[in-house]
Design a protein around this ligand. Structure first.
Ligand code: ADP
Ligand code: MG
Length: 237
């Protein structure tokens, strides 16, 4: 499989006044296309910092980041935003849906920013909502959806742009375990179609639904192992 993500000796510090907090201390990591990787580690170990850099929401202080053969470095805001929209899909613990827009409108919104015409973006948004099992809920507002349904809308929104990589920061962090497994089942299905996915989690059972687990501690990778994937469907009635 071709390499999708490659990072070399990545460092990140946060500057707070005259103090500097060294959060990522030389991360080396490669992911092939089609991998499903869990990033684990206790709170404050740098998981979100790493994911935000991979997602081009933040920049490293030093090191290399190559995404599908494209070096991500010294990009201006416009270029970074273009790459982000084209290459990356994001899912967050808190869903980040727009409250006054329907499920369908939420999924269609990134396509609007990519200048996809109205008919096409609505058709596409509906197709992705259907894929996450929410066709019937297309015209509902987020406030009318359960936590699990909201996260599925967020996943449909992330996938509608057909990103090269899906990045999920504690996507099940706000959900009960049954709902968490349903969301992981969906993530596994998306990965089965060949999509590369990185999932930050601090839950062992969620991590074991991935194919590889990376452990971060104090800003370094202390363990990186391939595992036998547990299928989430076995845990969902
Ligand atoms: P995790 O996601 O593993 O809990 P984070 O990557 O969010 O860890 O944070 C790692 C460390 O960096 C923590 O000590 C956190 O307080 C600090 N940190 C995170 N973001 C910022 C920021 N924007 N400014 C300053 N410190 C930050
Ligand atoms: Mg975090």
């Amino acid at each position: 499989m071709p390499t999708m993500i490659e990072i070399k000796d990545l460092h990140k510090s946060y500057q707070m006044g005259s103090n500097s907090l060294h959060v990522l201390k030389g991360i080396n990591f490669k992911a092939e296309a089609g991998e499903l990787v869990a990033i684990m580690g206790s709170s404050g170990s740098g998981k979100s910092t790493l994911l935000n850099i991979l997602g081009m929401l933040d920049e490293a202080n030093s090191g290399d980041y190559i995404l599908d053969g494209v070096p991500i470095k010294n990009l201006n805001e416009t270029k970074a935003a273009q790459y982000r929209n084209k290459f990356l899909g994001f899912v967050f613990q808190s869903f980040n849906l727009i409250n006054y827009k329907t499920a369908l409108e939420n999924v269609a919104l990134p396509l609007y920013y990519q200048k996809v015409g109205r008919k096409e973006r609505e058709a596409k948004a509906m197709r992705y909502l259907e894929q996450v099992g929410l066709r019937e809920w297309a015209n509902h507002l987020p406030s009318e959806l359960s936590g699990g349904q909201k996260q599925r809308v967020a996943i449909a929104r992330a996938m509608a742009s057909e990103p090269k990589v899906l990045l999920a920061d504690e996507p099940t962090g706000a959900l009960d375990s049954t709902t968490s497994y349903e969301v992981m089942e969906l993530i596994q299905q998306i990965n089965d179609q060949g999509n590369t996915i990185l999932v930050v989690t601090h839950e062992e059972d969620i991590a074991h639904m991935c194919k590889r687990i990376i452990h971060l501690r104090d800003g370094v990778i202390v363990e990186d192992k391939k595992i036998k994937q547990k299928r989430a469907s076995e845990y969902v009635q």
